[in-house]
Write a protein that binds this ligand. Structure first.
Ligand code: ADP
Ligand code: ADP
Length: 225
């Protein structure tokens, strides 16, 4: 795992106003940081800048202390999971989870790593099914498997549970906590759900209107709408 540091990072889309304004934030190796705030406050933009999917307008990103503003996404060793599962519909769970490994090493035997990943997520029995044959929660587990199979050092999640019902959300929440602890991966998790933030975060960073308002331990995170 590795550290992430943002220094006075701002983002402007086109000629619009600032979507993110002078955000400074450090995530320690192996830490689970939650970015919490209402829709439109800039959480996804911060995440996408860390992943390299969005250009940084001003300020600096450091990955493990190295200036990383211009490092291509594929060289950041970062995995990302979104709200919409985005699995390949014509591939089985096995093929979906193995896909990133195959990209990296087309001739290798990735079966052991796929199996190990599936075991970690408790989805061994889903490997030969297609996404269309899976429930929402099962699909999100497979999507997580695809993200972590190549053992990234940073794991970014953007509202990964928000399309699921509340019972499943609580269940998967616990699984995400266990999984990321087991992997020891540095994690940034975006949500607008305060209870989710409190239960998952080692620290919670609260954003509002593009600005970082406070970063604190979950029990000290108050003053929310
Ligand atoms: P969320 O609210 O879940 O963070 P959005 O619905 O705001 O996600 O964004 C979904 C997609 O639409 C993203 O890829 C984002 O970049 C894009 N998007 C969001 N707002 C705008 C906008 N004002 N103009 C163009 N694209 C946008
Ligand atoms: P959140 O993740 O907190 O919902 P976003 O980072 O998606 O917030 O959006 C922050 C602001 O930037 C919003 O006003 C949104 O409309 C705008 N925005 C996001 N993506 C784009 C885009 N691709 N083009 C233009 N504006 C965008």
């Amino acid at each position: 795992s590795r550290s992430i540091a943002l220094r006075d990072v701002s983002k402007r889309y086109g000629r619009g106003s600032l979507a993110v304004e002078r955000v400074s934030l450090t995530v320690e190796p192996g830490e689970f940081l939650v970015l919490l705030g209402p829709s439109g406050c800039g959480k996804s933009t911060v995440l996408r800048m860390i992943a390299g999917l969005e250009e940084i307008t001003e300020g600096a990103l450091y990955l493990d202390g190295e200036y990383a503003n211009h490092v291509p996404p594929s060289e950041r060793d970062i995995a990302m999971v979104f709200q919409s599962f985005a699995l390949y519909p014509n591939m089985t769970g096995r093929a979906n989870i193995g896909f990133p490994l195959k990209l990296r090493d087309p001739r290798g035997d990735h079966e052991p790593q796929v199996e190990a990943t599936a075991r970690m997520l408790g989805i061994e029995d889903l490997l030969d099914r297609f996404p269309g044959q899976l429930s929402g929660g099962e699909r999100q587990r497979v999507a997580m498997g695809r993200a972590i199979s190549r053992q990234p050092s940073v794991f970014l999640m953007d509202e990964p549970l928000s399309s699921l019902d509340s019972k499943l959300r609580t269940h998967l929440r616990a699984e995400i906590a266990r999984l990321t602890a087991e992997l020891g991966v540095t994690t940034v998790y975006v949500t607008h759900d305060q209870s989710e933030a409190m239960s998952l975060g080692h620290r919670v960073a609260v954003m509002r209107g593009g600005v970082l308002q406070q970063v604190s331990s979950p029990r000290d995170t108050y003053a929310l709408p």
